[in-house]
Ligand binder design. Structure first.
Ligand SMILES: [Cu+2]
Length: 134
């Protein structure tokens, strides 16, 4: 008689404990556990990549279509700060004010404003590149 009660209690603890464990293992909130991208950036394959190395930006000119994205990749050993021309006010195309990118890192931006724009490394304004957005 007592054994049956003890077995029932143990079984109940196991079932309840198992249920709590199962619930705790479930990801909370929405199933989309991927980190949300920063504003104006996307994880999709970029239409073009502009690399910043010790020699500056490469390629010097890039052409994409409006709505496509461009990845800026810093392969140099120093920080780069990508900004729209003109230096230092950066007002031609504010989508190109990508900001600082640490060595070895990259940032991707979606560009929508059509036209031909210059950009530069704000920390070394002689390093420039051009991008045409059709
Ligand atoms: Cu600047």
């Amino acid at each position: 008689m007592n054994n049956k009660i003890i077995i029932a209690i143990v079984a109940g603890v196991v079932v309840v404990g198992g249920a709590i464990f199962a619930v705790s293992q479930r990801p909370s909130g929405t199933p989309a556990a991927t980190p949300s991208p920063a504003p104006n950036t996307q994880n999709a394959q970029a239409a073009a990549t502009i690399t910043y190395s010790a020699n500056g930006f490469s390629p010097a000119t890039t052409t994409i279509k409006s709505g496509q994205s461009v990845t800026f990749k810093n392969t140099s050993s120093s920080e780069v700060q990508v900004d729209s021309d003109p230096h230092p006010i950066h007002t031609d195309n504010e989508d190109l004010n990508v900001g600082t990118i640490a060595p070895g890192q990259s940032k991707t931006v979606v560009l929508t404003k059509k036209g031909a724009f210059g950009l530069h490394n704000h920390l070394n304004p002689g390093n420039t590149a051009h991008i045409t957005i059709q």
